[in-house]
Design a protein around this ligand. Structure first.
Ligand code: PSU
Ligand code: MN
Length: 304
């Protein structure tokens, strides 16, 4: 049955069957999170970094009426070039896109669903979606958070995207019982910066410790994901004040233009890139590489 909807690349399937490590990767970050050609270069290098660290990458998207787990380079190129023309596909979009055979780039939420169906437990991205600033009025809360409360996949990220309200997002994560771990940090990283002014629940000092926590959680049938926050490397991080000024300006512009819903995050990321003269994109790319490396290490221990 599920084969009608799920297409797992043979390399990924064999690796999983042998209980060897696989890392899931998303595709909204390719089509909607970064411009071409940096998106393609990043997507390919992220896969290479996963391989160099001893795991097999599985980039995920909706292609030709199926959820494809483990894209080939042509498919990555297609998603990278298509950009906003590809549907940004979250949980609610999956049935429509599959039944209509429409392609889609998967968000954190839908990539978690696909990873879970395929049996992949570790997933690397840039930053998760969360509670938007001003959410008390807009009600804009990313479906990524609900997914983390339901689906057994660990998400390695550089924190909650800085364009969001980190404090409210942490409250949401607490309510839904999602552990927020910091890799070698007590402070929650803020995507472009190591600093945020908020704390994670637990500082973890190694990939093996994290893998052990994952096993414990799921052995106990404590349903849902784990958020593993991995700070951007110190020498790659941006200035906290400069970033916040750019983010506030981007949000003001967004309000003026009346942009909301699923367009909000891609708009804000692109605007912040423009306002920082491309610096935010550079940092975003670096933090994704850093997360891919940690995710591969965690997947390796988890497979043991
Ligand atoms: N991480 C990045 N760039 C991105 C994303 C994550 O570095 O563009 C994407 C993910 O796919 C995430 C989405 O699920 O942004 C959040 O969108 P929204 O706020 O509409 O849920
Ligand atoms: Mn939203």
């Amino acid at each position: 049955m599920i084969e009608n909807y799920l297409d797992i690349n043979p390399d990924v399937r064999d690796t999983l069957a042998q209980n060897r490590p696989v890392v899931a990767l998303e595709s909204t970050i390719i089509s909607h999170g970064m411009p071409y050609p940096q998106n393609k270069e990043t997507a390919l290098l992220v896969e290479q970094i996963v391989r160099d660290n001893g795991a097999i990458p599985a980039t995920i998207a909706i292609i030709n009426g199926k959820i494809k787990v483990g894209l080939n380079n042509d498919e990555i190129d297609y998603l990278a070039r298509s950009g906003n023309k590809i549907v940004k596909a979250s949980r609610r979009d999956i049935p429509y896109l599959l039944s209509k055979k429409i392609d889609g780039a998967t968000t954190v939420a839908s990539t978690m669903i696909a990873a879970d169906l395929a049996g992949i437990r570790v997933f690397a991205t840039g930053g998760i979606g969360g509670v938007h600033r001003g959410a008390s009025q807009s009600f804009d809360i990313s479906a990524d958070l609900q997914e983390l409360s339901n689906t057994n996949v660990a998400v390695v990220c550089a924190g909650i995207k800085a364009i969001l309200d980190l404090g409210l997002t942490l409250e949401y994560l607490e309510t839904f019982g999602i552990p927020v771990l910091g890799y070698k940090t007590k402070e929650l990283p803020a995507f472009y910066t190591q600093k945020s002014g908020f704390q994670v629940n637990y500082k973890m000092n190694s990939a093996s410790e994290i893998a052990k926590l994952l096993k414990t959680k799921w052995d106990l049938n404590l349903k849902g994901g784990v958020l593993i926050t991995n700070p951007i490397p110190k020498e790659k991080q941006l200035d906290y004040k400069i970033m916040n000024t750019a983010i506030e300006a981007a949000i003001t512009e967004e309000k003026k233009l009346g942009i909301k819903g699923k367009e909000s995050t891609p708009f804000l990321l692109a605007k912040v890139k423009e306002l920082t003269g491309g610096l935010s994109l550079k940092a975003n790319i670096e933090l994704v590489y850093n997360n891919a490396k940690l995710a591969a290490q965690i997947a390796k221990y988890y497979a043991k």
